[in-house]
Design a protein around this ligand. Sequence first.
Ligand SMILES: NC(=O)c1ccc[n+]([C@@H]2O[C@H](COP(=O)([O-])OP(=O)(O)OC[C@H]3O[C@@H](n4cnc5c(N)ncnc54)[C@H](OP(=O)(O)O)[C@@H]3O)[C@@H](O)[C@H]2O)c1
Length: 313
Amino acid sequence: MEKNAKIYVAGHTGLVGSAFVRQLRAQGFENLVLRTHGELDLTRQADVEAFFAEEKPEYVIDAAALVGGIRANSQAPADFYYVNMAIQNNLIWTALRAGVKKFLFLGSACQYPRECPQPMREEQLLTGIPEPTNEGYALAKIGGCRLCSYIKRQYGADFISTIPANAYGIGDCFDPEKSHVIPALILKYHNAKLNGAPSVELWGTGAAMREFLFADDIADGGIFLLENYSGAETVNMGSGSELSIMELSQLIKRIVGYEGQIVCDPTKPDGMMRRMVDSSRIHGLGWHAKTDMETGLRKVYEWYLRQAGHPEG
Ligand SMILES: NC(=O)c1ccc[n+]([C@@H]2O[C@H](COP(=O)([O-])OP(=O)(O)OC[C@H]3O[C@@H](n4cnc5c(N)ncnc54)[C@H](OP(=O)(O)O)[C@@H]3O)[C@@H](O)[C@H]2O)c1
C-alpha cells in the first residue's frame, strides 16, 4: 500500500476499527477516510454508493458490524443477521463496482462449527453448524468471508478476509451488561480492590483455555495482509498462545493490584473447554502477533484508569 493511498476504515470508532486508525497512522498512512455511524449508516445502500462516488477510496477495511455478547445475540438473531449482512454486502459490492484496489473483511472465530476440532483450521469452515446462540451473527460473517472469496474467483478483484481471535484492547466496552471476559474481569478486580473485598468469585472451574489478540495486533496483522496476501481463502489471525481463565484471572489480579482471594464457583458453566484459531497460515506468510498478554492487559488497565479519571491513571 502506498503511504499516501486513500484508505477507508469502516467502523473506526469501534474496538478494532480504532486500532486500525492508530496502527495506520503509526505506520505513516495519513490519507484516511472516516465516517461515524451517525454520518453514514452502512445499512443504507444508496448512501454507501453516494459516499464511494464522492470519496473514491482506494483501500477499504471493514471493521463495521453489529457486535454483541451471548445475551444480545440470542435475543436478537434477526438484527445480528440482517444488519451485518446489509453492512457487509453494501460495502463489499459497492467497493467492487467502484474499482477499489483492495478490500479487507473481518470475520469472527464464532463462525467456526461448534464442534470444531481445536485449534480451528480455515479448512474447517462450513463443516458443521455454528454455536446456536450466535448463529445469526456467524452466518452473516461466513457470508462476508465467502463473498470476498467468490469475488476473488469470479472477478479477480483483490478482496480478502481474515478471522481474528477474540479481541481485547484500548477502548473496550466496560459496561457490565455487555462486556466481554477481559473488561469484565478487570472491572471485577478493580472494584474489589477499591471496596477492600476479601475475595472475588470466578465463574466455572477456571480450567477453560482461551486465546486473545490485542486489537492493535489485529490491525497490524490486517495491514500486513493488505500488503502481503491476495488469496481467495480466508486467513486466521491469532496470538498463537492460550491461557486458562484462572491464569488470565491471576494475571489481571496482579496487574490491578488486588490482594484478596479468587474463589471458583464450579457450579457455573465453563463454556467451551478450548477455543483457539490455528494461525499456521498467517505465520507461514511471515506475520506474528507482537503484544504479549501482560503488556496488552497493562495498556488496557492504564487506559481504563485514565478514561475513568482515576488518580492512578
Ligand atoms: N471484538 C472481537 O473480539 C472481535 C474479534 C475478531 C473480529 N472482530 C470483528 O471486528 C469487527 C469490529 O468489531 P469490534 O469489536 O470492533 O466492534 P465494535 O467495537 O462494536 O465496533 C463496531 C463499529 O461498527 C460501527 N457500526 C455498527 N453499525 C453500523 C452501521 N449500521 N453503520 C455504520 N457503522 C456502524 C460502530 O459504530 P457505533 O458504535 O456508532 O454503532 C463501531 O464503530 C467485527 O466485524 C467483528 O466481527 C471482533
